[in-house]
Design a protein around this ligand. Structure first.
Ligand code: SF4
Ligand SMILES: [Zn+2]
Length: 120
């Protein structure tokens, strides 16, 4: 728990997003023990986007980002995961849910519109 809090906000976000995808996949797809191909692909994509975020460590909340580097299809997939897993995080991972809420509350506002990255 302490180690988790010592990580950067981006690192924490990476772990929380992966947790939300895990929850979603376990609740909606056949295989309960490991991620299905679609969710594994989304998890991989989200991690890459996060690690190469053009805002770096002053990244805003993705939902409020004016650039939004996700492809429309992946953005919709992620929205669905967030919609489903968001309320369940409170029950299953309350600590992560609380940290995520606070991190989002204090996330920097996006600085203008930076050059858009090409997304696949
Ligand atoms: S959506 Fe915006 S904040 Fe999120 S990773 Fe992409 S560029 Fe960064
Ligand atoms: Zn899945």
């Amino acid at each position: 728990m302490q180690m988790f809090l010592l990580k950067s906000r981006r690192e924490r976000e990476k772990i929380i997003v992966q947790t939300m995808i895990n929850l979603y996949c376990a609740g909606n797809h056949a295989n309960k023990t490991e991620l299905c191909e679609v969710c594994a692909d989304l998890a991989n994509y989200a991690e890459k986007r996060l690690l190469s975020c053009m805002y770096g460590d002053i990244k805003p909340v993705c939902k409020k980002c004016p650039v939004h580097c996700y492809s429309p299809q992946k953005r919709e997939q992620m929205r669905e995961v967030m919609r489903w897993s968001g309320p369940r995080m409170l029950q299953k991972k309350p600590f992560y849910a609380m940290v995520h809420f606070i991190d989002n509350l204090f996330a920097p506002k996006p600085i203008g519109k930076l050059v858009r990255r090409k997304s696949k």
